[in-house]
Design a protein around this ligand. Structure first.
Ligand SMILES: CC(C)(COP(=O)(O)OP(=O)(O)OC[C@H]1O[C@@H](n2cnc3c(N)ncnc32)[C@H](O)[C@@H]1OP(=O)(O)O)[C@@H](O)C(=O)NCCC(=O)NCCS
Length: 158
């Protein structure tokens, strides 16, 4: 374990967390890219989606992740919808723990791979995903706000 890693408790998100998760998402993304309350609630409540929050020792939420599922040619795949980590606690393993847990839960339901999209200018997230075994697949023109391209990334789950 890293020396500066944060002691975390991971658990499923509950309805009372939604305002905190909304605030965190607003802080993580630019206006227009961050979700509205309605969008965030939709992803959190969508049947079958996985939503995990990371709390520090004081019980404060310092990050969360949401994943959905889809089918491709009959295979069950996970789709990482987001991972958001409190800016003050980045590079201390919170994102790693959240991704590890999402991947474990996706494997548990039989998913063979996990997919995601990330903005071309979000190099920090791309580095994070590459470090965790994701490969870039295609570029999707105008995916965000009709003007920012996305990179699709994919990782096979062993
Ligand atoms: C991407 C994000 C989730 C990473 O969370 P994190 O808790 O900082 O990540 P970790 O500490 O677990 O990082 C693990 C490894 O990923 C890589 N990594 C993470 N952030 C990085 C950065 N800014 N630059 C380069 N590599 C990075 C490193 O290899 C890192 O290991 P190291 O710190 O020992 O070098 C976080 O930066 C974030 O919330 N960003 C804003 C929201 C966002 O863009 N989410 C992704 C949406 S697609």
């Amino acid at each position: 374990m890293r020396e500066d890693s944060v002691a975390l408790r991971l658990r499923a998100a509950v309805h009372d967390d939604y305002p905190t998760l909304f605030k965190l998402d607003q802080a993580c993304f630019a206006p227009g890219i961050a979700w509205s309350k309605t969008e965030l609630e939709y992803f959190l409540k969508y049947p079958g989606n996985l939503s995990i929050v990371a709390e520090n020792e004081a019980g404060r939420i310092v990050g969360f992740a949401i994943a959905g599922r889809q089918r491709r040619q009959g295979a069950l795949l996970g789709r990482l919808i987001t991972i958001d980590v409190d800016q003050a606690l980045r590079r201390r393993g919170v994102g790693h723990r959240l991704l590890e847990e999402i991947e474990a839960q996706l494997r548990g339901i039989g998913a063979t791979a996990v997919l995601l999209e990330v903005a071309v200018d979000n190099t920090a997230a791309q580095e994070f995903y590459v470090r965790h075994g994701f490969a870039r697949t295609v570029r999707i023109p105008g995916y965000y706000l009709g003007r920012i391209d996305a990179l699709a990334m994919e990782k096979h789950l062993g």
